[in-house]
Ligand binder design. Structure first.
Ligand code: SF4
Ligand code: SF4
Length: 345
């Protein structure tokens, strides 16, 4: 492990600007957002908790052109790859689902795959938890363990640095003069901090009586009918915020548009809560009722993905809890489902 002072970290980012567009979180009104940085890093925030936007936005943007006319080439919309700084473990876990969808054995999506290869991820440990964090319930630690290139653990005056990939090692080799070997004290501070955050998230889980992933097995049945869905969905306005904000949701739709003098095919994020999501030609809809669509969202996350990919498609980031205008709380829905299953047994 290495140590990087805050000043040297800024020098590293300034150097990376030559090859990457650098994005990192800043804090505004108690929320953290990604901002594109260049030169001035005075308001950069590394640490705290996940930013408002999910990491997927850097790999499959909410709206992008995927074809122009009949040209066979694949062009990414951005001029340079992205270096995303301050990524948290709950977003990195989202790769397990996104990779399963976009890099599967049947088809490799060239846009997603191009960005997976080109983008650089400089992740960081969480240094606090907010009320909605429940990553540990889904088996995600509040510090990155995989799928990063370089990880930063904030300590006094700088960061303890861990390299997680050959890409990260290459960046390190090119800037080795900025790093030094981490001393025992810094590593101890990192471990203590990690234990403290685990305790904070654990308290969140206990205080809110959130079920742990082992208790979720079999609680969401594909065709299961329960009054829970109808009851929970009463306030849903089909805005789709729960889908767009989620680091694991990945559904999209394609449409064609005339842009000035050319035709292009666009891909935009879709939402399974919206009535027309599953409608087919002829007008038939397998999920005409809103409660069926809410159930479908939970089926995909807690039944389908564990079956096909051995993972829950929820990372406990808590974004959907804050984004939902209807105050539908995934933790509460899961708790009700677990309680219902216990009663049945
Ligand atoms: S379902 Fe909600 S808590 Fe789970 S990963 Fe998606 S946004 Fe985060
Ligand atoms: S965010 Fe809430 S209101 Fe909007 S679609 Fe999702 S569940 Fe419905």
């Amino acid at each position: 492990m290495y140590y990087l002072s805050r000043e040297d970290f800024i020098s590293l980012l300034r150097s990376l600007e030559k090859s990457y567009n650098v994005y990192a979180p800043v804090k505004k009104n108690n929320q953290r957002f990604y901002k594109k940085f260049a030169g001035d890093y005075s308001d950069i925030l590394v640490g705290e908790v996940r930013p408002f936007e999910p990491l997927k936005a850097f790999f499959s943007p909410g709206r992008e052109s995927v074809a122009e006319g009949f040209k066979p080439d694949v062009r990414l919309g951005e001029d340079k790859p992205s270096c995303v700084v301050g990524v948290k473990a709950c977003d990195l876990k989202g790769f397990k689902v996104q990779d399963y969808v976009f890099l599967n054995h049947d088809y490799e999506d060239p846009f997603y795959s191009g960005r997976r290869k080109a983008n650089l991820i400089i992740s960081s440990d969480c240094t606090c938890a907010i009320d909605t964090c429940f990553c540990l319930a889904l088996g995600v630690k509040p510090y990155p363990q995989e799928d990063f290139d370089i990880n930063l653990s904030p300590v006094e005056g700088g960061f303890v640095v861990e390299l997680g990939s050959s890409k990260g090692r290459e960046v390190f080799n090119q800037h080795s003069h900025l790093f030094r070997k981490a001393d025992e004290d810094s590593i101890c501070v990192r471990e203590e901090q990690r234990k403290r955050i685990i305790k904070e998230v654990d308290e969140n889980i206990k205080d809110n009586n959130i079920p742990l992933q082992d208790e979720l097995e079999g609680v969401v049945e594909e065709e299961g009918e329960t009054d829970i869905w109808e009851d929970e969905v009463k306030t849903c306005v089909e805005c789709g915020a729960c889908n767009t904000i989620c680091p694991t949701c990945h559904c999209f739709l394609l449409y064609d548009e005339k842009d000035e003098d050319k035709m292009q095919r666009l891909r935009i994020w879709d939402s399974c809560l919206v009535k027309d999501f599953a409608r087919v030609a002829g007008g038939a809809n397998p999920r005409p009722k809103l409660w069926m669509r809410l159930r479908n969202r939970f089926v995909k996350k807690f039944n389908f993905f564990p079956r096909v990919a051995d993972i829950y498609a929820c990372t406990g980031c808590g974004r959907c809890i804050l984004a939902c205008p209807a105050k539908i709380d995934i933790r509460e829905v899961l708790r009700r489902l677990v309680d219902k299953k216990r009663i049945k047994e």
